[in-house]
Design a protein around this ligand. Structure first.
Ligand SMILES: *Cc1c(COP(=O)(O)O)cnc(C)c1O
Length: 376
């Protein structure tokens, strides 16, 4: 009875569009054989830096590495506080824990799901009054693709000498005013996981900065802490390089990436027009462009909605079912139930609809009418 099942993210249509370029790019790597740090990696870093308007791009093995490497470069560790939103993917908090530093969870703004800057200031004050931890860094997450308020975040960080890191795993391709993600914070980390706006065919990530000194450190850390000579080990690093084959895939995808970001705007606009009277739709500030990694709505009838759509072959996803401060792994660092109320409420009411650049009008109509049927 149900119509043909839809994908949540349609990577097949994208491959169909780019098959000759992608196949040729991968074949070229197989032919030259420089699988690690090959010429495609160097070319991609130059292209990505240019695309974002950032001076440097350092690719790495994942979006998680793109966050931990900048923290390692600052020697962040035991005794240090790193402020992170509680409504995010686990990696944002995980990197802080891996270095023995303390994540300090911050609530989010119910309108746009990004960090609540008033709550951030409260949490910074509490850490300072507590006197046990040094405030060292803020990792702001561009949730679902919408860039955080970096100008305000920078002022807050400057007041206490903290480093501002953008977790742009979901927002690559987005912008604020005339500045693109990658050039909005002193350090930006992004992910090339297949389902992200710019995804490769495996794991990958990149770090962006204007600082020559930071670029040198990030490049060293991703290659086992190498010095100017590769057999000098100047610091503790990791094997955090990006594969050449994956760089070839992204070089092909970059030829259509700006067009895909435009297409995502059209899909999001259509969803909002068809749904804003029956559910809470995302609120995007006028000077911002979201990369629309996810299109997420709020409803009190989530279970019914998910069920109705499922029967119609339409997949949904819950990002996120539980805030980080209530996860078993991080609970000891949070204030428990009721401490970050907006995030806790969002986890009960949020649901994401299929989102990718290749959603056509009839399919958007089909999804929107199923949502309307479910909630009315
Ligand atoms: C996906 C994601 C990451 C981690 O990226 P990986 O490439 O999977 O390691 C970090 N932060 C956020 C917000 C993410 O969505």
């Amino acid at each position: 009875m149900s119509a043909n099942p839809l994908p949540f993210v349609d990577l097949k249509s994208q491959y169909a569009r780019l098959k000759p370029e992608i196949d040729r790019g991968i074949q070229a790597v197989l032919d030259h054989g420089q699988y690690v740090m090959g010429p495609e990696v160097i070319q991609l870093e130059a292209e990505l830096a240019k695309f974002t308007g950032s001076k440097h791009c350092v690719t790495c093995a994942s979006g998680t590495d793109a966050l931990i490497i900048p923290l390692m470069a600052e020697n962040i560790g035991p005794g240090d506080a790193v402020f992170v939103p509680t409504f995010t993917f686990t990696a944002t908090a995980e990197v802080v824990m891996l270095l023995g530093a303390a994540p300090v969870f911050v609530d989010v703004d119910r309108r746009n799901f990004n960090m609540d800057l008033e709550d951030l200031q409260r949490q910074i004050e509490a850490v300072k009054v507590g006197g046990k931890l040094r405030p060292r860094a803020v990792i702001a997450v561009d949730l679902f693709g919408l860039p955080a308020d970096y100008p305000t975040l920078q002022k807050i960080c400057d007041a206490d000498g903290m480093l501002l890191i953008a977790d742009a795993a979901q927002s690559f391709g987005g912008s604020l005013g005339n500045r693109k993600v990658g050039s909005l914070a002193p350090v930006t980390g992004t992910s090339f996981f297949p389902a992200k706006p710019l995804g490769c065919y495996g794991d990958g990530g990149a770090i962006f900065t204007d600082s020559d000194e930071k670029r040198f450190l990030y490049d060293s850390i991703r290659q086992h802490g190498k010095g100017v000579d590769r057999y000098d080990i100047d610091r503790v690093g990791m094997n955090g390089r990006f594969d050449t084959i994956q760089a070839a895939v992204l070089l092909a995808k970059m030829t259509v990436f700006a067009d895909e970001i435009d297409k995502r705007q059209r899909v999001a606009k259509a969803y909002t027009e068809k749904l804003s009277d029956v559910v809470t739709t995302p609120d995007i500030p006028i000077h911002a462009i979201s990369a629309w990694a996810q299109y997420s709505i709020l409803t009190d009838k989530r279970a019914t909605l998910i069920d109705t759509l499922k029967q119609d072959g339409i997949p949904t996803a819950i990002y996120y079912p539980r805030p980080m401060h209530l996860q078993p792994a991080y609970r000891a660092f949070g204030g428990g139930e009721g401490s970050l109320k907006v995030s806790e409420e969002l986890c009960q009411r949020i649901v994401s609809l299929p989102m990718h650049p290749y959603l056509d009008e009839p399919t958007i109509d089909r999804i929107a009418s199923a949502v309307r049927r479910a909630v009315q």
